[in-house]
Design a protein around this ligand. Sequence first.
Ligand SMILES: NC(=O)C1=CN([C@@H]2O[C@H](COP(=O)(O)OP(=O)(O)OC[C@H]3O[C@@H](n4cnc5c(N)ncnc54)[C@H](O)[C@@H]3O)[C@@H](O)[C@H]2O)C=CC1
Length: 399
Amino acid sequence: MTDDRISPVPRLAPPRDAPQAVTVMLEHIETSWQLARPYADDLAQHFYRLLFTLAPSARELFPVSMQADNGRVVRALLRALRLVHRPDDLVPLLKQLGRDHRKFGLRPAHYEAAGTALLGSLKHCLGPAWTPEVERAWAEAYTLVARVMQDATAQAEAEGTTPAYWTGTVAEHHRLSWDLALVRVEPDEWAVPYRAGQYLSVEVPQRPRLWRYLSPANAPRPDGSLEFHVRAVEGGWVSPAVVGHTRPGDVWTFGAPLGTLGADRESGRPVLMVGGGTGVAPLQAVVDDLGRWVDNPEVTFCYGGRHWDDLYALDQLSGLAAVNPWLTVWPVVERFDDTGPIPGVEQGTPAEAVARWGPWHEHDVLVSGPPEMIEETVAALLGTGVHPSRINYDPFLSA
Ligand SMILES: NC(=O)C1=CN([C@@H]2O[C@H](COP(=O)(O)OP(=O)(O)OC[C@H]3O[C@@H](n4cnc5c(N)ncnc54)[C@H](O)[C@@H]3O)[C@@H](O)[C@H]2O)C=CC1
């Protein structure tokens, strides 16, 4: 999947018409990005070289092997800059990222160095296409993004109500299947102040400085404990370490919460939740939270997996549905095994299932799962007439 095929920020608000100057800025950014794009690997290498020359202390924020970083930071930065024409969606996310980035202890000099490194690496890749207009467009976009993040960091520091990061100790780790682990973490000092449906950047002791996003699968609890479901991704750096090597007593570190997924109990509208694989976690947390009330909107929960065995959360969700009349759970699997179809289970991807079931135009929709699944599901929902402002999914913009 390319970063163009799915919008990394959800369209929560109907897009406003951007002012003419912003439209021109974005045209310069997009045109030059299409020229630089084939050289993205070279661009990333150049970016890090320049960054570490300009701000040597920034090197400590990255893993020992830069191969493990795999250009994540520069990719995320480029994506954010290409969204400056959508401030209603981008600014709230940047504010959350600014708070999250307090964990790095960034100083203005780091932002300045990152901006110079980004412009320098784009110039290096674009050659004569790097005109003064193009340079001004990228510089302005970077300034906007960096300013929102820095202001959010400064505001959180001025409030002084939350730490820059949180730590917790692994209390439980067991496998739900051969490649999937449940990890329960208890807070060390303060509970992470997240809302059900949000996600956190997480650092585990086996992979220092390789931050990954994970969503707690539970609503906030009185004891502050967090439950995570992690699948070992083949060839991945962090998830196999979590599944294979996490032990009780390990200390995990968390950044400030991010994301906007959640159910609006006041709207009176029914809710469709579409969760795929371990992406079901934030939706489980939202359902867990709704379980605190008797009166809730009607929730239809489409839970997809590739195979029947992948639906590890089905027992728990079905148990909740059995005691909560507002909740209906619809399992969907891509393929049945040799024993054939299972009664009550649909065949297909979640996107195919929601396209078949509809109509959903009266629903608020929450989608979570692999990017390809989100992309197909959102397209299917739009195809059945759901308004984009009713569809909510969360981006993982950077780590
Ligand atoms: N662990 C967590 O806390 C969270 C994980 N996620 C994301 O959720 C994903 C979960 O991965 P897995 O469990 O391995 O999921 P998976 O690859 O087993 O797929 C889960 C579902 O998505 C559908 N799907 C997969 N690829 C598709 C495609 N190309 N087109 C249409 N449908 C497709 C499958 O049919 C299945 O229903 C990861 O990308 C992860 O980053 C998202 C939020 C939280």
